[in-house]
Ligand binder design. Structure first.
Ligand code: PMP
Length: 390
């Protein structure tokens, strides 16, 4: 049997029509399949590989840490240097109030942890989220996402969730003294790069302050330079009470985190103890990889190169079939007339060796979120292929 047949036989499917590309290795912005065909990765494994694939510094960190030790104990008991030094690096680059990191395994778990934290801190259970939001696939995080078609088959989900219209100031009155937290992406990824208005985020901040609710920013897709700043909230100067990180956080390894003040975070350690438990959260190899990646990002100031690359994409991507382009840095959504049109463009790009995608809540939009190290030459070629595909 071929690998493809074995995949279909033994790996649980997530859709009836997976891509089924047989990938063998990856380097920089390229992925190579088993036949040796080279693909330019314009989506970074969905906003993960911001340094490209198998960056030597990350590979070395993984090898070094694996040789020292891998898993030793459930999260939170032993002092393990990879966790400590990465938490130190992250918090050094965040506002003072975000000084305490809870490492978990994924973005979904970060959302879960933050929701539990909000319940403990406020003693309330109601959580506010937004249309077309995406925060994960576990039952708590699924309760917060924007599309009913993904939720209906799994109800009942969490009670007490209210979904508001994004960027709609008229909805703010729904945030009340019953609200434990407002969970929002400063730039909605799966909605196809929908950017929160600065004034809207400020209004959310003010409202949360008024009613003593926590403001939670989900930056799973937007952190680590993707939008041109280290973290997207830096564009708006609005600081959340809790920051969710995942995807790029592990430098290509699985890692998530929710970050808050030490004072807030302490609530999870008391009455009862062990308010959140995770066996593998903050795995030492993942933390070592994530830290190595972030060190490269900072020392090479890759986030400062993002705006120029954004401009080049915008300069090159002109076609009558493009309805609009929503973008911030290297997070770009090209809007086409329909999903069917978009799908044909995606398939044609793939044929020519360029990997793009659509968005969960914007099927008619083409996703571009390449590694930040993408070169001018690669951008020019990618745009040529996309235009040709259109
Ligand atoms: N939040 C956002 C904004 C995301 O985009 C995602 C993943 N697409 C998640 C949370 C969930 O992350 P994970 O798949 O690691 O659980």
């Amino acid at each position: 049997m071929t690998q493809r047949q074995l995949f279909q036989q033994h790996l649980a499917p997530t859709s009836p029509s997976p891509l089924l590309l047989e990938m063998e290795r990856a380097e920089g912005c390229n992925i190579f399949d088993t036949s040796g065909k080279k693909y330019l990765d314009l989506i970074s494994g969905i906003a993960v590989s911001y340094l490209g694939h198998s960056h030597p510094a990350v590979v070395e960190a993984v090898k070094n840490q694996a040789e020292k030790h891998m898993h030793l104990m459930v999260y939170g008991e032993y002092v393990q240097s990879p966790q400590v030094t990465y938490a130190q690096l992250l918090t050094k680059n965040l506002p003072d109030s975000l000084n305490c990191v809870y490492f978990v395994n994924s973005g979904s778990e970060a959302t879960e942890g933050a929701m539990k934290l909000a319940k403990r801190v406020t003693g309330r259970a109601e959580i506010i989220c937004f249309d077309k939001a995406y925060h994960g696939s576990t039952q708590g995080s699924l309760s917060l996402i924007g599309g009913d078609e993904f939720k209906n088959a799994y109800r009942p989900l969490l009670p007490g969730i209210q979904r508001l219209r994004f960027n709609d100031f008229g909805e703010l009155d729904k945030i009340t003294k019953r609200t434990a937290a407002v969970v929002v992406e400063p730039i909605q990824g799966e909605a196809g790069v929908r950017i929160a208005e600065k004034k809207f985020l400020q209004a959310l901040r003010d409202k949360c302050n008024d009613v003593c609710a926590l403001l939670i920013f989900d930056e799973a897709q937007t952190a680590f330079g993707r939008t041109g700043k280290l973290f997207a909230f830096e564009h708006d100067g609005v600081v959340p009470d809790v920051l969710l990180l995942a995807k790029g956080l592990g430098g290509g390894m699985p890692l998530g985190a929710f970050i808050a003040s030490h004072e807030l975070m302490s609530t999870l350690a008391n009455h009862p103890v062990l308010g959140h438990i995770t066996t593998f959260g903050g795995h030492p190899v993942c933390c070592a990889a994530g830290r190595a990646a972030m060190e490269v990002l900072l020392s090479e100031k890759l986030h400062h190169t993002v705006e120029k690359k954004n401009q080049l994409f915008l300069e090159l991507l002109h076609h009558p079939a493009i309805i609009s382009i929503r973008h911030q840095g290297l997070m770009i959504a090209i809007e086409f007339p329909s999903f069917e049109f978009n799908k044909k463009v995606i398939d044609a790009c793939l044929q020519k060796g360029v990997i793009t995608d659509w968005f969960l809540f914007a099927g008619n939009c083409l996703r571009i979120a390449p590694p930040l190290i993408i070169t001018e030459e690669e951008i020019r070629w990618a745009c040529e292929v996309i235009l040709d595909a259109i």
